[in-house]
Structures are given as C-alpha cells and as structure tokens.
Design a protein around this ligand. Sequence first.
Ligand code: IPE
Ligand code: IPE
Ligand code: MG
Length: 248
Amino acid sequence: MPSTAEHKENIPEHIAIIMDGNGRWAKKHGKARVFGHRSGVKSVRSVTEGAAEIGVKYLTLYAFSTENWNRPRAEVTALMQLLVSTIAKETKTLSKNNIKLQAIGDLKSLPASCFQELNKAIASTANNSGMTLNLALSYSSKWEIMEAVKELLTDVKKGKIQDDEIDEAVFKNYLCTKEIPDPELLIRTSGEHRISNFLLWQLAYSELYFTDKLWPDFRKDDLLQAIDDYNKRERRFGKTSEQIATKK
Ligand code: IPE
Ligand code: IPE
Ligand code: MG
C-alpha cells in the first residue's frame, strides 16, 4: 500500500463518503452509540488530512441526514453537540492545512449553536485555497431536488428564465452543489449497499465503493485503497470499451 506521499495514481477530483457504522462499532466495543460517533471524528480527521495530502479538491462527508432527525432525541442532541465542539476545535487545523469548509443541506434546521459555529468556521476558512471539505448536514437528496424545483419555478414565474431554457446544466445551478463537480467516487463504510438519500443527481455516473469497515476504523490508508480500486475501473459513460480505448 503506497503512503499518501508517494500516491501517484489518478486522484478523483471529488470524493463523497457515507460515513456509516458508528453505532455498530460502539456496540462491538460494549459502549453507548455516542461513543461510536466520537470515535468517528478521528476517522474524519485522518481521511480529511489524507485526501488533502494527495490532492483531492473536494471531499463531501455525509454527517447527518434529514432522516437522522428521527433518531432518539438523546442521540440527536449528542450528535449536534459533537458537531459544535468538533467544528470549533478543528477550525485551526483546517486553516493550517489550507482547507476550506463548506456545508450543504437544510442548515437552518440545525440548532442555533450549531448553525452559528458552522458559519463561523465557514467564514474563517473561506480564503483557504486548498481542498474544500463539504459537510452534508441535515441533508437529503430528495429535499435538495425539491428545493431546486421550487426555486426554479419561482425564477420562471419572475421571468428570470424561460421554461424552454431549462436543461440539465440550468437545473444543476439550483442544487446545493452548484459550485462543485460531481463526485467521481462514492465510498460507503459498514457493509451497507445503499445510497440513503445522498446526492442522487450528482452520483449518476460515480463509481461506488463499499467496504465492510465500520467508519470509526476507517483511516487514510483505507481511502488510498478505495482510490486504488477506483483506478482499476473503466468509466464508460454509456460508450463501449473499444471507444474508451481509442478515445473516440
Ligand atoms: C453513521 O453511523 C453516523 C450517522 C448516521 C450520524 P450510524 O450511527 O448510522 O451507525 P450504525 O449504522 O447504527 O452502525
Ligand atoms: C446515512 O447513514 C446517513 C449518514 C451517514 C449521515 P444511516 O445510518 O442514517 O443510513 P440508513 O438509514 O441505515 O440507510
Ligand atoms: Mg447507519
């Protein structure tokens, strides 16, 4: 396994990760679920650092879904507190590594303390020019697409855009990820093989990588392994293998 310093493969510009398995990891260690979430922060640190080192431009981490609001209240509260304390603690390190923080999702639905801490960190890292760390918080793809449709309709009504001008490129500009290219690679930990309402539009042609590792056990070496696997894939985008080989 190459170290991050000597990693010379084709590095995806955008990697998205569904960080799953914290609860099972805690259970395996005879601890409460929140312990798993806390341990997951170490993985976030390692993977963020590793991704930045090898030149990934955008790293999107699914941290809290719209559906996660339906978890027991105590777990939701603990997750929000963890989010506030982690963001506050990590801002300096992000800047030291030239990483810009951004977030996608229904951010106004977050507790005020969380929303404020997040905005503070986004503002203080805004001028960093290295990797963008994009947190999906209170995010779901169906929510995002519905919001996009509503905003697009408003613009049509206002005459800002004509209905016959609407195409994929126009629609993309209404999504939370309008500034970001679609992920080439999606990673999901914990052995679950599903998308769970994450980036449905953006993942249309992403390579999917599933690992049985639980999120708190995932480190930068596992990220490199996922990238190795990605490098063995042939991305055909509907064409034939022969066309790809001859670049036609
Ligand atoms: C992922 O781990 C973290 C969040 C969804 C916030 P889980 O908490 O879903 O862990 P499992 O799937 O129950 O093991
Ligand atoms: C997906 O994990 C959401 C995040 C990782 C934040 P879940 O654990 O909530 O997914 P499901 O509900 O099991 O599909
Ligand atoms: Mg889960």
